[in-house]
Design a protein around this ligand. Structure first.
Ligand SMILES: [Fe+2]
Ligand SMILES: [Fe+2]
Length: 187
């Protein structure tokens, strides 16, 4: 699922302003991803018999931490401020992770599938937009997107779609992610 590329605003500074939006929203997304997995691990790493998913979550969180560190560096390099919503996203993401984990491992995987689907589509749109004018960044986003796809696929293999209330849970999480993306680009 990919979004139509958003053309940079015309006039001087339009391209720089669009790059700032891209870096800000991606930083927010990766920060959210780290905190979702952290919230899920806070619940499931304590639970008996959940060692398998706890290890999977730890591994995925490790990838997200690498993505986040890269966007931290890119924000600094380009003089872009993080979204003002950062403290809210941290809490909301941790709560989403912990909440879905409390519903059980399949719900935790359903959360991963929903979030990673939105993120990979979001990256696909940015990659299409940036290929011409920022090829190095596009290549980097492409590598991150591949990892998000792998996270999504693992979640599906592990039974995400068998989670209780899957359709509603997935739709609500996807809508939340899309709203967070829109807000983080601008605020
Ligand atoms: Fe990521
Ligand atoms: Fe991911």
């Amino acid at each position: 699922m990919s979004q139509a590329p958003i053309p940079p605003r015309p006039g001087p500074g339009g391209v720089a302003a669009r790059l700032a939006e891209i870096l800000r929203v991606d930083h927010a997304g990766e920060l959210g991803a780290v905190h979702i997995y952290r919230g899920q691990r806070a619940v499931l790493s304590q639970a008996k018999g959940q060692e398998r998913i706890a290890d999977q979550l730890a591994e995925m969180e490790g990838h997200e931490a690498v993505h986040l560190a890269r966007f931290d560096a890119l924000l600094t390099e380009h003089g872009v401020r993080p979204t003002a919503m950062t403290p809210v996203w941290r809490l909301a993401a941790f709560a989403l992770g912990a909440g879905t984990a409390l519903m059980g491992p399949k719900a935790a995987h359903a959360c991963t599938e929903a979030v990673e689907s939105v993120i990979e589509g979001h990256y696909a749109g940015q990659i299409a937009e940036l290929e011409g004018r920022e090829p190095d960044l596009a290549a980097e986003l492409s590598r991150f997107r591949d990892e998000e796809l792998a996270h999504r696929d693992l979640a599906v293999e592990e039974g995400a779609r068998e989670a209780p209330g899957y359709a509603v849970l997935s739709a609500v999480i996807r809508a939340g992610c899309r709203a967070a993306i829109k807000i983080s680009e601008k605020v």
